[in-house]
Ligand binder design. Structure first.
Ligand code: GDP
Ligand code: MG
Length: 163
């Protein structure tokens, strides 16, 4: 496979909402893997006539906090390996959490392009709150609302320059 975008981030930031929006009405690829890779969904998306694979990571079923955070970090490492572009999703309503900072630390070492998507920016007022995510040290941030779809176009325009 080529042209792969992986969406990573901690639970509840809105990864699956974006994944469903991007892959809407498109055929999902059957995933017959096991273990941590079973916790991933593969779908096909299209933007300005370019097709690409989107990976949604994580229901992160785990029985303790430690295992849970380990699973998330593992998903991030797999994403860096497997994807051409990594989308790191964070949540403007919570700001930067410890787990966000952990994930950012892993991603800063990646040689693959990483895009920071600040989700749940549902209105203009929240736009200024989003600037704190520059401190993750991953460059430009893209504000969006996965729920309404606003801002996703600018992000995808940037992402598909790699495809
Ligand atoms: P995931 O765990 O990262 O896959 O997150 P989900 O996609 O399951 O979303 C977690 C929660 O955030 C759900 O209740 C979504 O409806 C909500 N959510 C997702 N995107 C947005 C958004 O753009 N704005 C707001 N306000 N809520 C959102
Ligand atoms: Mg999800």
């Amino acid at each position: 496979m080529s042209n792969i975008l992986a969406i990573v981030g901690r639970p509840n930031v809105g990864k699956s909402t974006l994944y469903n929006r991007l892959t809407e009405t498109r055929k999902a690829i059957v995933d017959d893997q096991s273990g941590v890779t079973r916790d991933r969904h593969y779908g096909i998306a299209e933007w300005t006539h370019k097709s690409f694979t989107v990976i949604d990571t994580g229901g992160y079923v785990a029985n303790s906090e430690d295992v849970f955070e380990k699973a998330i970090r593992e998903q991030v490492h797999i994403a860096i390996e497997e994807a051409n572009v990594v989308l790191f999703m964070v949540d403007v309503t919570t700001g930067i959490t410890d787990l966000d900072a952990d994930i950012a630390q892993i991603l800063r070492k990646s040689t693959k392009p990483v895009y920071v998507a600040v989700n749940k920016v549902d209105n203009h007022q929240l736009q200024s709150d989003a600037t704190e995510f520059y401190s993750l040290g991953l460059g430009e941030i893209y504000c969006l609302s996965s729920m309404s779809g606003s801002g996703t176009g600018e992000l995808l325009d940037a992402v598909i320059t790699h495809f």
